[in-house]
Design a protein around this ligand. Structure first.
Ligand SMILES: Nc1nc2c(ncn2[C@@H]2O[C@H](COP(=O)(O)OP(=O)(O)O)[C@@H](O)[C@H]2O)c(=O)[nH]1
Ligand SMILES: [Mg+2]
Length: 229
């Protein structure tokens, strides 16, 4: 199986180097960092680690992921998404890939609540938001997820079926809901989660980031509940 890694990054010059140095490069045919209009040296620092760095000037986590997808080589079979701040443990991608390689799953989500979350890595409103969002999914779509974490792997052909479109923080939940609706084989595996290595959080660490992500996630649930395909 040929795998690609997509890492969306916004102003991560302080953590991207250490994050990339931990990536088991032998797992991947392509490693793509998508710089989302950073005002710092994220682009240059990532480039210095020998990976492909793309530039997506339209801000938004989803836009960065879509940009990465558009740049995949034709022969890629599986895509892994991971954050740029060092919170995920890159070696654990093996856990995500195993059920896909074994032919058991199409979508494998890294669950931080089943795994080992370092003290302080998930704050109270992240945990609460997770509980509410996963509860709503369970209520509306009868599937029990334990997390909306960023570290995940999908068969590329399955990902194409999901018709992903969210431009920012609805991306992860849109993927999870659409995976249920598409009847894909979903698995969750425990993953570790650490406090970010350096730099500032753009989402959970700020009131404005948390509020807009929360609103966007709830809106995405409602929007997808009201539409059918
Ligand atoms: N491309 C892109 N990435 C973002 C954006 N906001 C955050 N990120 C990245 O998404 C990941 C999660 O953001 P982070 O600030 O760590 O949020 P937190 O984990 O909720 O505190 C990190 O890799 C960020 O660099 C954005 O607007 N665009
Ligand atoms: Mg983070």
């Amino acid at each position: 199986m040929r795998a690609a890694l997509i890492i969306p990054a916004l102003n991560e010059e302080a953590s991207i180097e250490a994050t990339l140095d931990e990536v088991p490069t032998e797992l991947y045919e392509q490693i793509l960092v998508v710089d989302n209009g950073s005002s710092d040296r994220t682009f240059q620092v990532a480039l210095s680690r020998g990976v492909t760095v793309l530039s997506e000037p339209r801000r938004g986590y989803g836009n960065a992921c879509l940009c990465g997808l558009a740049a995949l080589s034709k022969d890629i079979d599986v895509v892994v998404f991971m954050d740029a701040d060092g919170s995920d443990v890159p070696l654990e991608a093996e856990r995500l890939l195993a059920p896909i390689v074994a032919g058991h799953s199409d979508v494998v989500l890294g669950s931080r609540t089943l795994g080992d979350a370092e003290v302080g890595s998930l704050n109270t409103h992240q945990r609460t938001g997770n509980v509410i969002a996963t509860l709503l999914i369970r209520l509306f779509w009868r599937y029990h997820y334990t997390d909306l974490g960023p570290f995940r792997a999908l068969r590329l052909s399955s990902l194409r079926e999901l018709k992903m479109s969210d431009s920012n923080y609805g991306w992860t939940i849109e993927m999870q809901i659409n995976a249920i609706r598409a009847g894909l084989r979903i698995a969750e595996v425990p993953v570790s989660y650490r406090r970010r290595r350096a730099g500032c959080s753009k989402v959970s660490g700020s009131v404005c980031g948390s509020f807009s992500a929360g609103v966007k996630i709830l809106w995405t649930v409602v929007r997808l509940r009201l539409t059918h395909w």
